[in-house]
Design a protein around this ligand. Structure first.
Ligand code: G6P
Ligand code: MG
Length: 223
């Protein structure tokens, strides 16, 4: 393996919770039901497709202009929440793992459907860890289409079979498999049968890749 492509929201940073809060606010205004189960279906899915899922679940119909207004309203509340992000939003386990993977010579990329990925990377200081960023601004089809990951591999100069994708979304695991990548599931995707491997926290990647029983304790890895 030569490269790892990380989803962003819900894998490296807890912005999935901000997506939930912003959609909940919009759904309440529309009188549409919204809960964690429905929110999980929106993981990895583009903003407008997410709104379509919420509307069809509530059997609500809106005009194109109304949909655009609602999607913009959701994005404005979401971006307000993003303004609160600082480098402290990235936990130590994540930071140390990214450092180790880089030290070991792996190429790292972001593969996210979000158009807000650049803002999140900047606010959290995560940008410095990555050789390439493929996000909602350079794709025409969001997950489960493999485009975002295929672009990430291309930006890294690697083939899909040389790369592993880490995802919390079932749509993201489907996208990775459709693109010919190895797919590692975490959090909501961990129970998904299409995952090649499952991890509970990011540092478990180190064990999976090098097959050594590494332990992350007191800020460092020991074999
Ligand atoms: C990620 C999230 C989705 C979100 C999508 C678009 O994939 O998991 O929940 O809908 O990005 O995000 P954006 O920031 O462009 O609205
Ligand atoms: Mg995600």
């Amino acid at each position: 393996m030569k490269g790892i492509i990380f989803d962003l929201d819900g894998v490296l940073v807890f912005t999935d919770k901000f997506h939930y809060q912003a959609w909940k606010y919009v759904a309440d205004e529309l009188g549409a039901p919204f809960d964690e189960t429905l929110n999980n279906r929106l993981r990895g899915v583009s903003r407008m497709e997410s709104l379509e899922i919420i509307l069809s679940n509530a059997a609500l119909r809106l005009s194109k202009a109304e949909k655009e207004r609602v999607a913009e309203q959701k994005n404005n509340s979401y971006r307000k929440l993003l303004q609160t992000l600082t480098p402290q939003a990235i936990d130590r386990d994540t930071r140390k793992t990214l450092n180790l993977l880089r030290e070991r010579g792996l190429k790292l990329a972001i593969g996210s459907s979000s158009k807000n990925a650049p803002l999140i990377l900047e606010k959290t200081g995560l940008a410095e860890f990555f050789d390439a960023v493929s996000d909602g601004n350079n794709i025409t089809h969001s997950k489960p289409d493999p485009e975002v990951f295929l672009k990430a591999a291309e930006f890294l100069g690697l083939e899909p079979y040389d790369c592993t994708v880490v995802e919390d979304a079932k749509a993201g695991i489907d996208a990775a498999k459709a693109g010919g990548f190895t797919a590692i599931g975490i959090d909501d995707a961990a129970g998904y049968t299409k995952c090649d491997q499952v991890i509970n926290r990011l540092s478990e990647l180190v064990d999976l890749i090098w097959g050594v029983n590494y332990e992350y304790k007191n800020d460092s890895f020991t074999a």
